[in-house]
Design a protein around this ligand. Structure first.
Ligand code: PEP
Ligand code: MG
Length: 918
């Protein structure tokens, strides 16, 4: 809802007439401009801007988002002056168009559309052809000399208005939309022998009958007459658009994309132009570059003799826009000009809607186009080369998270060769996806919840399917083009998508998909390639992306991969700008190698317990845990020592002189023992001890709340010999690698410290061992010892801890768990509800809770630096790879973020974006 300040600001700017709620555009002039997205919404602001740069935009006006917020703040009523302002705007519009609202011979018809600050495709309502009634429809018929067209517009208007404004919708238990049922029954009467007759076979008189029946349906269902008066129609439509801001799907969408509910939507009222007057007209949606690959071509589609909604709704499959060249060469030439004008002006790839009415081009909308991660990188890098933008802009504009799409798998080349292609559709969201097919969004969601990999298969998708789309690996539709709902939403979510695969016959009732006589049932596996549009039977193995092949597998050269080259260019720009260092969470030498290839400047977290499961190590660990006295424990530790040492040697070598933060043993010991009776027996046989002894030890180690139990530094304090062995392994490995001429920079990290004394006790062990090993080997090793900050107490006594800690690394997984008192392993059962209720906006284990956990971090940073000015500060919880959290860490002034190797490119870009904000 608008703040007091916001309202008073606009009051000031609107002089004595009061607040300006309505902004006009038309005939080359506009009250607003492209910068006013907060007030006019994205669509309204850009309609004003396009008008100003003299693109052919039908005149209209925008009712501001402030009216929406007023509407919700004031019990769904409008500001007093709104009616008058709308009247004035209509008078201007009538003048601009030379037509009158409600005029019987030359009626003005308008489209009423929503338009939030950020686009929310298909989530809110639209009403076209408003202004028609039983009388004006005759005026339209005469003016267009096309009675069928006029009645087609009228029946569409009745249908949309009845549905959206008057609420004539499917009731529980009904299979079809009520208006569709009326259409079907009229077709059955008129064409009893042709059950699949197309709508285009309905002539003017059939359509007139339809309008009568629609009005009757509205009366029956609502007890009210359809309003004849265009002003009343307009009032109803405006209310419905504002109302749709708070429909369920819009709310879900806002939650997913973090669009604040307070923003509200604007309403755009614009003179209608018609793409459905006949074979000389049509509607299209185009992108100034290919939104899937980023290639610089006019890309999109065009539907002859259709209104814009038909293209987006995916009900008919449109033609590629390039085909317009044949039918309307002049329009095609104009579109190419528009392409250049739009990019030259907006300096970004545009997604625009247009209509051709009787051979004349009209622009209905433009906005920055949604694109895949791949396209985002290509477009930005190429626009820099074309001197449209600067490298800073390229870095700023690519959503950091979208880089993870570039690293996403593609189908394994060999598996793909032998896979059976059962059909093809349009490639709409790149990448490879394989999964079990589900036809209903709720079933797909439920299956995914249980851990299945799911493909959502639909004839076409609608905004109601959004939850199923979110849960699916990929989306496959039988109808609709590359700008259909399925395609737009999938691209934005970074989902693999193939759409418009017209060979698929989908029967929702029986849960079957039939392709050329072959049946696939719910739960069967299919695979889809969103880059080529192919659909394969069964599960097809996936393989890594080009970038992974160049950097990790090293089976192709960077110079041979255009994708890699763009990626590398972008990373170079990012690295030149960022101030945060990036490190990786890696525990094995090969992981460290990958991390370095992805740009890691060191290891930020090596979880030593992850090394305990390799080869024989687990047996030694178990012996150590089962030991009945210190002697036995030391014997087991002695066997573990060379193994740990060789692990560290591998890691130091892979790092080539970069620092390695090595964390001492952290998890509760019971995690290493078998809990099943049979496994306990096997272990007993192996170790030559009784199974009872193992069972007894497991019982002893049992804790009611192990996450708050005997773990972290508490292990090293009770069993200092464990820390001693780990310290020895680190320093002996360091001495060995250093002797080979390579620099080593070990940073030993003590977990879960809350009391300064805990750290001091462990420090004593580490320094003692360091001194011994250095003496034994006659070397000098430079090392640091620090602590993880994982409990609130550590944050508030950080000044005391910093007296002995040379660095802090925020373990935000545990810090979130302990600050919120919310188990990181069990929160999944209630977090979705918490998000729905907006108790938390995002999952706090994925995106840092800046307002709570972030404040504790701030305190720790301040206190830590107050004692040790140059204390090194980092983060190694999962948040270290989340763009928003990385930006927060930059603002906190941390030295580095550490994340999993595959998230490093995301972190590098996010860090650069944060630095550009300074
Ligand atoms: C943390 O708690 O954030 C952390 C990195 O440690 P772990 O995930 O191993 O508990
Ligand atoms: Mg932890």
């Amino acid at each position: 809802m608008p703040t007091k300040t916001k309202s008073s600001k606009s009051k000031k700017s609107s002089s004595s007439k009061g607040v300006k709620y309505v902004y006009f555009f038309g005939n080359g002039k506009a009250d607003g401009n492209g910068k006013m997205k907060a007030l006019l919404g994205g669509k309204g602001a850009n309609l004003a801007e396009m008008t100003k740069i003299r693109l052919p935009v039908p005149a209209g006006f925008t009712i501001t988002t402030e009216v929406c917020t007023y509407y919700y703040d004031h019990n769904r009523t409008y500001p007093g002056s709104l009616d008058r302002q709308i009247d004035d705007a209509i008078a201007k519009l009538e003048h601009a168009m030379g037509r009158k609202f409600g005029d019987v011979s030359n009626p003005l018809l308008v489209a009423v559309r929503s338009g939030a600050r950020d686009s929310m495709p298909g989530m809110m309502d639209t009403i076209l052809n408003l202004g028609l009634n039983d009388r004006t429809v005759r005026g339209l018929a005469e003016r267009s000399k096309n009675e069928r067209f006029a009645y087609d517009c009228y029946r569409r208007f009745l249908q949309m208005y009845g549905d959206v404004v008057m609420g004539v919708q499917k009731r529980p238990g009904e299979d079809h939309e009520p208006f569709e049922t009326v259409i079907e029954s009229l077709k059955a009467e008129l064409f009893p022998n042709d059950p699949h007759v197309s709508d285009t076979k309905l002539d003017a008189s059939a359509l007139r009958t339809l309008t009568d029946r629609f009005r009757k349906l509205i009366r029956e269902r609502t007890g009210k007459d359809f309003p004849e008066d265009p002003r009343e129609q307009l009032r109803g439509a405006i209310g419905a658009v504002f109302g749709s801001w708070n429909n369920e799907r819009a709310i879900i969408y806002r939650r997913k994309y973090n669009i604040p509910h307070e923003w509200g939507t604007a309403v755009n009222v614009q003179a209608m132009v018609f793409g459905n007057t006949g074979e000389n007209s049509g509607s299209g949606v185009s992108f100034t570059r290919d939104p899937a690959t980023g290639e610089k071509v006019l890309y999109g589609e065009f539907l002859l003799n259709a209104q814009g909604e038909d293209v987006v709704a995916g009900v008919r499959t449109p033609e590629p826009v390039a085909k317009i060249q044949v039918q309307f060469p002049e329009v095609y030439r104009q579109l190419q000009d528009v392409r250049r004008t739009l990019e030259g002006h907006f300096k970004d790839m545009q997604d625009f809607e247009f209509t051709v009415e009787e051979g004349r081009l009209f622009m209905l909308q433009t906005r920055n186009g949604k694109r895949t991660g791949l396209a985002a990188v290509r477009i930005a890098v190429e626009m820099v080369k074309e001197k449209l933008i600067k490298p800073d802009d390229a870095v700023r504009r690519i959503p950091a998270d979208s880089l993870s799409q570039l690293l996403a798998p593609v189908f394994d080349a060999r598996a793909r060769k032998t896979a059976e292609v059962i059909a093809r559709g349009l490639p709409a969201g790149p990448g490879a996806a394989t999964g079990q097919i589900y036809f209903q969004a709720n079933e797909a969601e439920a299956a995914a919840h249980k851990g299945a990999k799911v493909l959502l298969v639909r004839v076409e998708t609608s905004p109601e399917d959004i939850r199923g789309m979110l849960a699916a690996e990929g989306i496959l539709t039988a109808r609709g083009g590359v700008s259909s709902h399925a395609a737009l939403v999938a691209r934005q979510m970074g989902k693999v998508c193939v759409c418009g695969a017209s060979d698929l016959q989908i029967d929702y009732a029986t849960g079957t998909l039939t392709v050329r006589g072959k049946h696939y049932r719910k739960g069967d596996f299919l695979s889809i390639d969103g880059t080529t549009g192919e659909i394969f039977a069964g599960e097809v193995k996936t393989s890594p992306s080009d970038i992974v092949r160049v950097l990790v597998d090293k089976d192709i050269q960077g110079t041979d991969s255009p994708t890699y080259k763009m990626f590398a260019q972008l990373m170079q720009w990012a690295d030149q700008r960022r101030k945060l260092e990036v490190r990786a969470n890696a525990d094995q030498p090969d992981q460290v190698e990958h991390a370095v290839a992805f740009g890691a400047q060191g290891v930020g977290l090596c979880r030593t317990e992850h090394m305990f499961f390799e080869g024989q190590r687990i047996d030694f660990v178990r012996q150590m845990i089962l030991a009945e006295n210190a002697d036995e424990r030391n014997q087991a530790l002695a066997k573990l020592l060379p193994e740990q040492r060789s692990d560290f040697v591998g890691i130091f070598k892979a790092l080539g002189g970069r620092p390695a933060t090595i964390r001492f043993l952290d998890p509760p010991l019971h995690e290493f023992l078998p809990h099943e009776e049979s496994a306990q027996r096997d272990l007993a046989d192996k170790l030559g001890i009784s199974a009872d002894r193992i069972a007894r030890r497991v019982k002893e180690l049992h804790e009611f709340n192990p996450m708050l139990g005997h773990r972290g530094c508490r292990l090293g304090i009770v069993y200092p010999e464990i820390s001693e062995m780990q310290a020895r392994a680190v320093f002996e490995a360091a001495a060995e690698v250093q002797a080979s001429g390579m620099k080593v920079r070990p940073e030993i990290m003590i977990p879960l410290v809350g009391f300064p004394k805990e750290l001091e006790l462990q420090l004593e062990v580490v320094h003692r061992v360091a001194t011994t090993v250095q003496k034994e080997r006659n070397v000098k090793i430079s090392y640091l010892v620090g602590t993880m900050i994982e409990v609130p107490r550590a944050c508030v006594v950080a000044d005391e801890i910093a007296k002995s800690a040379q660095f802090f690394s925020f373990g935000t997984n545990d810090l979130t768990q302990t600050s919120l008192g919310m188990s990181r392993d069990d929160a999944g059962s209630f977090l979705p509800r918490y998000q729905e209720e907006e108790i938390v906006r995002q999952n706090p284990f994925a995106v840092l809770d800046q307002g709570g956990v972030g404040k504790l971090m701030e305190t720790a940073v301040r206190l830590g630096r107050s004692v040790r000015k140059d204390i090194k500060l980092g983060i190694c919880g999962e948040h270290g790879g989340d763009p928003d959290s990385v930006k927060f860490c930059h603002r906190l002034g941390l030295n580095y973020v550490s994340c999993s190797p595959f998230r490093l490119p995301v972190a590098r870009l996010a860090a650069a974006q944060a630095a550009l904000k300074d």
